[in-house]
Design a protein around this ligand. Structure first.
Ligand SMILES: NC(=O)c1ccc[n+]([C@@H]2O[C@H](COP(=O)([O-])OP(=O)(O)OC[C@H]3O[C@@H](n4cnc5c(N)ncnc54)[C@H](OP(=O)(O)O)[C@@H]3O)[C@@H](O)[C@H]2O)c1
Length: 287
C-alpha cells in the first residue's frame, strides 16, 4: 500500500519505519526536514518537503504530531494534509488530542470524500520501537477493517471503540490511570529509597505481585539511576491531563488525583524539566 507518514518524533519515526520494513511504499514528511532525511537513510523510503506532497499518491495517511493545534496546522495548511489527500484516501491520526478536534477533522474529511479515524496509542517509545503499541480507535467499521492489517505491524492490541472521538476518549482513561500509577510509584519508591532499600530489588520482587505495572517495570531502573532524559515528556502529559480535566468539567466530575499530578508536573516544568519523562514525578515528592 502507498502510505504517507507525517511527524517523525519519538513515536512516529519508528512507526513509519515498521511500515516501510513490512513492504509498504512509505513517503514521510517532517517539519524539520533533517529528521526525514535521517529516516530515509535508515529505512530507504521516500521523503517529501511538504505534507501535501507526501499525501498525493497515498491510499492511507498517518499522522503523529504534538497537540490539537499542531494537528490543525498540519491538516489545514495550504500545503497540508487535506490539500494533498486523494479521493477515497483514509486519514488516521495517532496524535493524542481532544475528541473535539477529531470530530472536527473528520467532518472536514467527509466533505472531500475522505474518511478519518482517531487512533491514539499507548506503550511509549519502547512500544513504538518494538512494534508493540496499544491502539484505541474511533471511526467507521469499514475503514477500520481496511487499515487493521497495516497498523498491525506496530501494534500488539487494536480496538475500535466506537464513533470518531471514541479512541481519544479511551486514551483519556489511559492517561488518568497512568497519572495515578506514577503518583503511587513515586511515593512508594521514595519511601523505599529513604528506608535504605535497593530500588532495583524492589522492582524485581514487586513486578510479580499485585503492584505490577508497565511503569514499575519500565521506569524503576531508570529512576534508580536518576535518568529522565528520554521517553514521554511532561509537556505532553500536561497536555493530556488538560484534555482529561476539560472532559471531567463538562461531565461535572471531580478528579482530585489528576489535578494533584497536573500541579506537580507544572512545578517540574517551571524547573526546566518539561521534556523529561513522566517518571520524573518522583522529584516532585521532594519539592
Ligand atoms: N512519547 C511517548 O511515549 C508517547 C506515547 C503515547 C502517545 N504519545 C503522543 O504521541 C504524539 C507524539 O509524541 P512524540 O513523543 O513522538 O512527540 P515528539 O517527539 O515531540 O514529536 C512530535 C512530532 O510532531 C511534529 N510536529 C509538532 N508540531 C508540528 C506542527 N505544528 N507541524 C508539523 N509538525 C509538527 C514534530 O516535528 P519537528 O521534528 O519538526 O519538531 C515531531 O515530528 C503526542 O500527541 C504524544 O502525546 C507519545
Amino acid at each position: 500500500m502507498k502510505i504517507a507518514f507525517i511527524g517523525l518524533g519519538t513515536m512516529g519515526y519508528p512507526m513509519a519505519g515498521h511500515l516501510q520494513k513490512a513492504g509498504h511504499e512509505v513517503c514521510v514528511y517532517n517539519r524539520s526536514f533533517k529528521k526525514a532525511l535521517h529516516w530515509k537513510t535508515e529505512y530507504h523510503g521516500e521523503t517529501a518537503e511538504t505534507a501535501k506532497g507526501a499525501c498525493l499518491d497515498a491510499a492511507l495517511v498517518l499522522i503523529c504530531v504534538g497537540n490539537d493545534n499542531d494537528l490543525r496546522e498540519i491538516c489545514y495548511a495550504n500545503d497540508g494534509v487535506l490539500a494533498g489527500l486523494k479521493a477515497g484516501a483514509i486519514l488516521v491520526d495517532h496524535t493524542t488530542t481532544s475528541a473535539n478536534v477529531a470530530v472536527e477533522i473528520s467532518l472536514a474529511c467527509s466533505k472531500q470524500n475522505n474518511t478519518f479515524l482517531d487512533a491514539p496509542v499507548s506503550g511509549g517509545q519502547v512500544g513504538a520501537q518494538n512494534g508493540m503499541l496499544t491502539i484505541m480507535l474511533g471511526g467507521d467499521e469499514e475503514s477500520f477493517a481496511t487499515i487493521q492489517t497495516v497498523l498491525d505491524v506496530y501494534a500488539k492490541q487494536m480496538v475500535l471503540m466506537g464513533d470518531v472521538g471514541s479512541g481519544q476518549t479511551c486514551k483519556m482513561v489511559n492517561q488518568l490511570c497512568i497519572a495515578g500509577i506514577l503518583q503511587g510509584l513515586s511515593e512508594g519508591l521514595s519511601l523505599a529509597a529513604q528506608s535504605g532499600l535497593d530500588l532495583n530489588q524492589v522492582c524485581d520482587v514487586l513486578k510479580h505481585g499485585a503492584a505490577q505495572s508497565w511503569q514499575l517495570e519500565q521506569r524503576t531502573h531508570t529512576i534508580a539511576k536518576d535518568e529522565f532524559d528520554f521517553g514521554f515528556a511532561i509537556d505532553w502529559m500536561r497536555k493530556d491531563l488538560g484534555i482529561c480535566l476539560d472532559r471531567a468539567d463538562s461531565l461535572s466530575l471531580n478528579l482530585p488525583m489528576a489535578k494533584h499530578v497536573d500541579e506537580a508536573y507544572e512545578k517540574l516544568q517551571k524547573l526546566g524539566r518539561g521534556r523529561q519523562d513522566t517518571s520524573v514525578l518522583i522529584k516532585a515528592i521532594e519539592l
